[in-house]
Design a protein around this ligand. Structure first.
Ligand SMILES: [Ca+2]
Ligand SMILES: [Ca+2]
Length: 172
C-alpha cells in the first residue's frame, strides 16, 4: 500500500528517503535552477542593451557639443531648405529630400571608437557603429536649423539606435 510520509516520519523511522522522493526533489530543484539561468541570460541581455544605449547617447551629446561650436554656415551644417509655403510637415519634407543635408564622416575620421577596442580612429578601423546627422534649414522658424543626430551600434536584431534633435539659431 502506498502511503505518503511526512519529513518528520522519514527522520524518525531511520529508513531515509526513497529513490522516487529523491528524484522528485532533484526535478523540482532543476526547474528552479533553470528559471534562475533564464533570468541571468535576460539580465545580461538587458545590461548589454543599456550599455549600448548609454554609449550611443554619450557619443550623440558629444557631437552636439561640437555642433554648438560650429558657425551657423559651416559646411557640416548644410541642410535641405524648408519652404514654409509649400512644405506641409517636417516628415513629408524629409521624405521628399532623402539624403539631402545628411552628414556622415568616414569611419577612420568620425571621432568614434567604431570597433569598441578602446582606440578612436586607429589605422584600419572598421566596426558596426555609425553616426550621422541630418540638417533642415529654416525649420521650425527662419534663421534656425533642425539637426537630428543618430548614433547606431551593433548589427541586425542587436542594433541599438539613439536619436537626439538639436536646434541651432542664427544669432547674427
Ligand atoms: Ca577603435
Ligand atoms: Ca572611428
Amino acid at each position: 500500500m502506498v502511503t505518503s510520509r511526512s519529513i518528520k516520519q522519514v527522520f524518525n523511522n531511520g529508513n531515509g528517503f526513497t529513490i522516487i522522493e529523491v528524484l522528485i526533489a532533484i526535478g523540482i530543484l532543476s526547474i528552479g535552477i533553470l528559471g534562475m539561468a533564464t533570468m541571468q541570460i535576460s539580465s545580461i541581455r538587458g545590461n548589454n542593451t543599456a550599455g549600448k544605449l548609454t554609449s550611443n547617447s554619450i557619443w550623440a551629446i558629444n557631437r552636439i557639443e561640437k555642433i554648438i561650436a560650429l558657425d551657423y554656415d559651416d559646411a557640416e551644417l548644410t541642410g535641405s531648405v524648408y519652404d514654409h509655403d509649400t512644405d506641409t510637415s517636417l516628415s513629408a519634407h524629409l521624405a521628399a529630400n532623402v539624403g539631402v543635408g545628411l552628414h556622415q564622416n568616414p569611419v577612420s575620421s568620425d571621432g568614434l571608437d567604431n570597433n569598441s577596442d578602446g582606440q578612436i580612429d586607429e589605422t584600419g578601423e572598421t566596426g558596426a557603429m555609425t553616426m550621422q546627422w541630418q540638417v533642415v534649414d529654416d525649420y521650425p522658424i527662419l534663421d534656425s536649423k533642425w539637426i537630428q543626430i543618430t548614433v547606431s551600434k551593433g548589427t541586425g536584431l542587436a542594433q541599438k539606435t539613439v536619436s537626439i534633435i538639436y536646434y541651432k539659431i542664427n544669432t547674427i
